[in-house]
Unconditional design. Structure first.
Length: 284
């Protein structure tokens, strides 16, 4: 998945409204409007770089005359002292874009770095790590792109592209059978080509799910690795399987070895530490 340019355009417009409004008074008061200059994106941390392509588009949207010379790409391993790119052109445009570019790249790089750490734990297994909807509002499209850059996979993007029946849905619907029957009827009536996934809390609920023909995926919520292994054996390839709920970097491999297809981890996006990056003026 590449970031949709039209979505990025809207994002940049809103970000500039938030940050710049009628003008960058600091730059306007201290630097000639037609001043030209160059800056470099300096890496000050160890991790996985993400957001390079997005940064290039942001510079272009703010000032089409800015020239960006890329030295590193999305997904590259980086360390302190590396230079990701140089940007040259109008100094006011560079400074207007600076904080937005850094905020995006630092956040995306932090997510890619975290995701890579999780995917490394899955080496040699068939399991893939998934992101969740636990994202920063309006930044989901960037954060999910960062997960891909880090080697993870995207789960649903929102409430519109999958039917994911969780515990509250089951309880409000009056049970698993009712929830699945209604979901199937709704999908058929609406002509939707989307998957139905359901969360189960124990083996009894899993047996109810397997009695239905109206489901594509099953999520084992807060199961232990041993319980996941048992559940995967019971499913026996009839459904796509997913484990979720408090799975950490220390425990993810034990879940993968239990044979589950996917493991969803909210921590990929909801509490990540940003990578330390800086945009530094180059004095010519």
């Amino acid at each position: 998945m590449a970031v949709e340019f039209t979505k990025l355009e809207k994002f940049v417009e809103l970000a500039l409204e938030e940050d710049v409004r009628e003008g960058d008074h600091t730059s306007l008061s201290t630097i000639a409007r037609d001043a030209k200059g160059e800056a470099r994106l300096l890496i000050k941390d160890t991790g996985v770089l993400a957001g390079v392509d997005v940064a290039k588009d942001i510079f272009s949207l703010i000032d089409a005359d800015l020239a960006v010379d890329l030295h590193l790409s999305d997904g590259n391993a980086v360390q302190p002292g590396d230079i990701a790119f140089h940007v040259a052109g109008n100094v006011h445009s560079i400074l207007k874009a600076e904080r937005l570019v850094l905020n995006v790249m630092q956040r995306m790089s932090g997510i890619a770095t975290r995701t890579k750490a999780y995917t490394d734990q899955l080496e040699g297994t068939k399991t893939k790590v998934l992101d969740t909807r636990k994202t920063t509002p309006l930044l989901r499209f960037l954060e999910k792109e960062a997960v891909l850059i880090g080697g993870g996979a995207n789960h649903r993007f929102g409430l519109y592209d999958m039917i994911l029946i969780k515990d509250n849905h089951v309880d409000y619907a009056g049970g698993i059978a009712n929830a699945l029957q209604r979901a199937h009827a709704y999908r058929s009536a609406q002509g939707l080509d989307i998957a139905i996934e359901i969360e189960v809390r124990n083996m009894q609920e899993l047996e109810q799910v397997l009695a239905s023909e109206h489901v594509d995926r099953v999520m084992f919520d807060n199961f232990t690795p041993e319980q996941v292994h048992e559940a995967v054996e019971v499913v026996n390839g009839r459904l796509i399987t997913e484990a979720s709920g408090g799975i950490t970097l220390e425990t993810i491999r034990s879940y993968a070895l239990a044979g589950v297809d996917f493991i969803s981890v909210g921590a990929l996006t909801h509490s990540v530490r940003s990578l330390d990056l800086s945009l530094k003026a180059t004095i010519l």
